[in-house]
Design a protein around this ligand. Structure first.
Ligand SMILES: Cc1cc2nc3c(=O)[nH]c(=O)nc-3n(C[C@H](O)[C@H](O)[C@H](O)COP(=O)(O)OP(=O)(O)OC[C@H]3O[C@@H](n4cnc5c(N)ncnc54)[C@H](O)[C@@H]3O)c2cc1C
Ligand code: SF4
Length: 339
């Protein structure tokens, strides 16, 4: 591995100033922030990332979970995944987020992994992680080995002819359904980006995954107040029960009255090139009883634009069933809460 310089950021301004000198904040960045290190250090060991300067942000005072004036939560970027999953307010009001976090990785990894780092974790595409293989995301213009190669775990929504890599995060799927905001401190000041606008599609620039620019430091994730009377569920389907990424997952936030859905948010994991909010499924579910026929139509709507490869065509049906079952679980949680 190349030698790199490691410095510890003294405060947020210090970190942003140092990182603003980077050429890019995307793949191949020459300056990188280090949070829990569970993505970055792995990729540095594999030579997939080779920053010449690493800025340790782990001591920045961004590790608090605070109530906001509008009844929501502000989660500091350095809050560990384990702490966030077990926070009593998250377990009570944002069950989908707690469940998604606990479905991810292992207890040891969750103790290290941070909220900011999880937002920016990279694809698990095997070709991306193997520098002997062509990969447009790692080396633009070299080709995509997964198209026509091993593509069982790749995306079926939002793909392009240049990249079909799936976004592997569980947390991000829940945040999509919760309509989280991402607070970013850059050299030009602070801004907030809705998570729905944060991730880019691969198109012909798969090396670009999000809207961050050099120097941009994620300082917090904000959650709006939970919609009154809603229940939420995260369901993850995978090859084994723990320590495995999703083949398909679904995050559902649901409110019911008189047997009909009055509030619906749906996001899918394991199938999109970014965490995938499905407005189409929400439109089918809203105002209707969540019976089998409606759930089937919701799944059809969510996956209508799927472009599977031979190795991952099974994900189309799997994702539909995952969504249907997640809604059923949310209805059951609503029934249980009603007494
Ligand atoms: C074996 C294994 C299994 C896993 N299984 C799962 C799973 O099932 N589900 C799942 O969702 N995840 C899984 N993960 C991924 C894990 O959740 C992520 O690696 C972790 O969340 C990343 O957080 P981190 O703090 O360690 O990030 P780091 O590795 O420190 O950083 C990741 C990236 O984010 C950047 N960054 C970090 N913080 C900030 C910030 N505040 N502002 C701007 N940039 C920042 C870094 O520069 C880097 O590019 C797994 C990981 C491993 C190693
Ligand atoms: S799917 Fe994307 S990350 Fe995987 S080989 Fe193709 S270009 Fe690279």
């Amino acid at each position: 591995m190349d030698m790199f310089q490691l410095t510890r950021a003294r405060d947020v301004a210090d970190a942003v100033r140092a990182a603003a000198a980077a050429r890019t904040a995307q793949q191949g960045a020459d300056i990188r922030y280090l949070a829990g290190g569970t993505t970055l250090v792995d990729l540095m060991k594999l030579n997939v990332e080779r920053p010449r300067h690493v800025i340790d942000i782990s001591r920045l005072p961004l590790d608090r979970i605070e109530a906001t004036a509008d009844g929501g939560l502000r989660i500091g970027a350095m809050v560990r995944n384990a702490d966030l999953a077990q926070d009593p307010r998250v377990k009570r009001d944002y069950q989908v987020l707690s469940q998604a976090l606990l479905a991810g990785a292992s207890a040891q990894l969750r103790n290290m992994a941070t909220t900011g780092g999880n937002l920016l974790q990279r694809t698990r595409c095997v070709y991306f992680r193997d520098t002997a293989q062509p990969c447009n995301k790692r080396e633009p213009g070299t080709g995509c080995s997964a198209i026509g190669g091993f593509n069982r775990t790749q995306a079926i929504l939002g793909t392009s002819e240049h990249c079909i890599a799936s976004n592997p995060s569980d947390m991000n799927v829940a945040l999509m359904a919760l309509q989280a905001g991402i607070t970013i401190q850059g050299s030009g000041g602070e801004r907030s980006v809705p998570i729905g606008d944060f991730y880019t599609l691969p198109g012909d620039t798969p090396q670009r995954e999000h809207v961050l620019e050099p120097g941009d430091l994620i300082t917090a994730v904000t959650l709006p107040a939970p919609a009154a009377g809603t229940r939420s569920v995260y369901l993850k389907l995978r090859d084994r029960a723990s320590y495995e990424f999703a083949l398909a997952s679904a995050a559902v936030v649901l409110g019911m009255r008189d047997g009909k859905a009055t509030h619906v948010r749906v996001a899918l994991g394991g199938v999109g090139t970014r965490p995938w909010r499905s407005l189409e499924a929400e439109a089918v579910l809203l105002g209707n009883p969540p019976d089998d026929a409606t759930l089937r139509r919701a799944g059809e709507a969510a996956l209508a634009d799927a472009r599977p490869q031979p190795g991952n065509a099974f994900k189309v049906e799997l994702s539909k069933r995952c969504l249907a079952q997640a809604v059923r679980l949310a209805v059951a949680a609503d029934d249980a809460a009603a007494g």
